[in-house]
Design a binder for this molecule. Structure first.
Ligand code: ZN
Length: 184
């Protein structure tokens, strides 16, 4: 049975390490971890999660955009597991959008990310996949790939960028057209 795993919080050394590639996709422990990550993400109102966030230093991310209380305007997609993901190319064009992190509770800020990515990764069956992503999903992928390199989103912010609490963020997006969240 999949389990909801505890989330590592900012300050934990595992979030600052470079995670190791997955050597054997078919290892039952890796497959069980994928199921645990999916369940943990579903239980958390997150739109993405990386293995180091559950204290496993492996290059695995789950991307699962869907509207929820933390990201009311997120597009809906099937959860996507990416193992050993590589950013092959990223656009010079960037966009600014709100981010938060399960490992950085009660903090939101606008982060600059590339608008479009070409990725290579292994799916959970071990097939090599190359695909392009843009907008909010490209944003999630960049945030989660940062976790694999020991980077948290506050480290991506230029000096003086305001960091809002969750309550301040909810107020900010209620008072606007939601454009900061969706217009990537
Ligand atoms: Zn995060």
């Amino acid at each position: 049975m999949p389990r909801i795993l505890p989330i590592a919080k900012r300050g934990d050394p595992i979030l600052q390490q470079r995670a190791q590639p997955v050597a054997d996709i078919h290892d039952p422990a890796v497959q069980a971890l994928l199921d645990d990550l999916l369940l943990t993400l579903e239980a958390s109102s997150g739109v993405g999660i990386a293995a180091p966030q559950v204290f496993v230093s492996l290059r695995i991310i789950i991307v699962a955009s869907r509207p929820n209380p933390r990201y009311p305007d997120a597009p809906l997609m099937q959860p996507l597991a990416m193992l050993n993901p590589e950013i092959l190319w990223q656009s010079a064009a960037t966009c600014t959008g709100w981010e938060g992190c399960l490992s950085v509770p009660d903090a939101r800020a606008q982060v600059i990310r590339a608008t479009r990515l070409h990725m290579r990764y292994l799916d959970r069956q071990g097939a090599v996949v190359e695909a392009a992503f843009d907008g909010f999903i490209a944003r999630i992928i960049q945030h989660e790939c940062d976790h694999l390199d020991g980077i948290l989103f506050p480290e991506r912010l230029p000096a003086q960028t305001p960091i809002l609490t969750e309550a301040e963020f909810q107020q900010a997006i209620r008072g606007s057209t939601h454009e900061p969240v969706l217009k990537q």
